[in-house]
Design a protein. Structure first.
Length: 431
């Protein structure tokens, strides 16, 4: 036994090679599951004692040892060891050092398959809540800016060309709506995943008289999963989380792109605080919106993580396969990446200033009130919209030839195109 793995090597004569150990170990990634793993183990030990599967005193000893491990990890004194492959075996090995052979009873009626699946669901559920909180913080900033700039006129764009006048408040409100949908996706993900795999064991359940409803309740799950085979092999909840991250990142990248554009001298709509900008190593005048550019870029990382796990899971037969050890790295990375992007976006917006005079001037320069003129022709002259569109286009062309804005044209100028236009049109164009 000395040559094989201490935790599972009973039938093996030799220990894993160094390369096998390197490809097999997951501790550097899954160690962040420690809190969920201990919570699941405590619930499992409590249930084993209640059901008389192990002695109540043994369950109490195990739970006490797990509490000591919590303190060790929180205090930075826990001995993480790659030789035990993952966080689950690390905790079990340390538990044996603390409480002796009683630790071996903890794994009764449990497999690493249902243990890992339970821990991972608990972690993703917690992550959904944390992301929702960060989204809500950013939404609060957007709502404040929207209210402050409810009357700040700017050009609305289609094809990045001036289209119609809007307000900055209305523009930012669109992102608030996007983020609200993002938050709802994370809430849906947390709701859908909230079933307990614990008790499924390796894949076919266990002959011990366990109480899956009790452990599910202890861990805050709505119910045990109905299929033990699905319980240990499903990772669609992780894919759903990754999609929600990717979609939220996509929304942030759109806002980031606008920040990049608006802070250029050519637009000049927005100015970032120095704390959210960087300089150039060679050009002293530069003030770069690097935080926005990085938020924009990290969308590719979020998209890649989604594709990574979907590819890992594609065509895997039931039930557990070692391929699924690759499920956590993309999920953890997407959480970290999206959290950083949300916080950076909030920081940029909360400290930014807007040149409302420049935005209004840009709205006037782009003939953005042309649609309002066309609508006036329809509503006041009973003109078919296509005719009104054509007439307005001719008036815009006239304004261009004169180098003037629409509202600067005289009534006689417009009447040279359409004689029925009257003084009332000026109220629309100059509003």
């Amino acid at each position: 036994m000395s040559q094989s793995h201490k935790m599972w090597g009973g039938r093996f004569a030799d220990k894993p090679t160094d390369i096998m150990q390197a490809i097999n170990v997951s501790l550097p990634v899954d160690r962040r599951l420690w809190r969920q793993d201990i919570a699941g183990s405590k619930a499992h030990a409590d249930m084993l004692g209640r059901q008389g599967i192990i002695a109540a005193a043994e369950a109490k000893t195990i739970i006490s040892g797990l509490d000591q491990i919590v303190q060790e990890i929180e205090n930075g004194k826990f001995p993480f060891r790659d030789e035990f492959e993952d966080i689950h075996m690390n905790i079990e090995a340390r538990l044996k050092e603390i409480v002796g052979d009683t630790a071996g009873r903890l794994h009764t009626a449990r497999s690493r398959n249902d243990q890992v699946a339970t821990d991972f669901r608990l972690w993703v559920r917690d992550a959904c809540g944390e992301i929702i909180t960060m989204i809500t913080t950013l939404q609060t900033t957007l709502k404040t800016l929207s209210a402050d700039h409810a009357q700040s006129v700017m050009p609305g764009f289609t094809h990045l060309q001036p289209a119609q006048p809007v307000t900055l408040g209305r523009h930012l409100q669109a992102y608030d709506e996007m983020l609200a949908r993002d938050a709802s996706r994370f809430a849906d993900c947390a709701r859908r995943l909230n079933e307990s795999p614990l008790g499924a064991a390796a894949l076919a359940g266990t002959p011990y008289p366990i109480d899956r409803a009790f452990t599910a309740q202890q861990l805050g799950f709505d119910r045990p999963m109905a299929s033990t085979m699905d319980a240990v092999s499903a990772r669609d909840f992780a894919n759903e989380f990754l999609f929600a991250c990717a979609q939220a990142g996509l929304h942030l990248s759109r806002l980031a792109e606008e920040i990049v554009i608006w802070t250029t001298p050519q637009f000049g709509f927005m100015r970032l605080a120095d704390a959210w900008s960087t300089g150039s190593s060679i050009m002293p005048q530069k003030k770069n919106p690097d935080a926005a550019e990085l938020v924009r870029a990290k969308t590719g990382r979020l998209n890649g993580n989604l594709i990574t796990l979907m590819t890992v899971m594609k065509a895997l037969p039931l039930t557990y396969n070692k391929d699924m050890q690759e499920d956590k790295a993309p999920v953890f990375d997407s959480f970290d990446t999206l959290a950083l992007c949300l916080q950076a976006t909030d920081g940029m917006l909360a400290t930014a200033t807007f040149d409302t005079a420049r935005m209004r001037a840009s709205a006037e320069d782009g003939y953005t009130n042309a649609t309002a003129l066309a609508d006036w022709l329809v509503m006041n002259l009973n003109m078919p919209f296509r005719d009104a569109h054509h007439v307005t286009g001719r008036i815009v062309k006239l304004a261009e030839s004169k180098g003037s804005k629409l509202h600067e044209l005289s009534l006689s100028d417009m009447q040279s195109i359409e004689s029925r236009i009257n003084q009332d049109v000026l109220k629309v164009l100059r509003n």
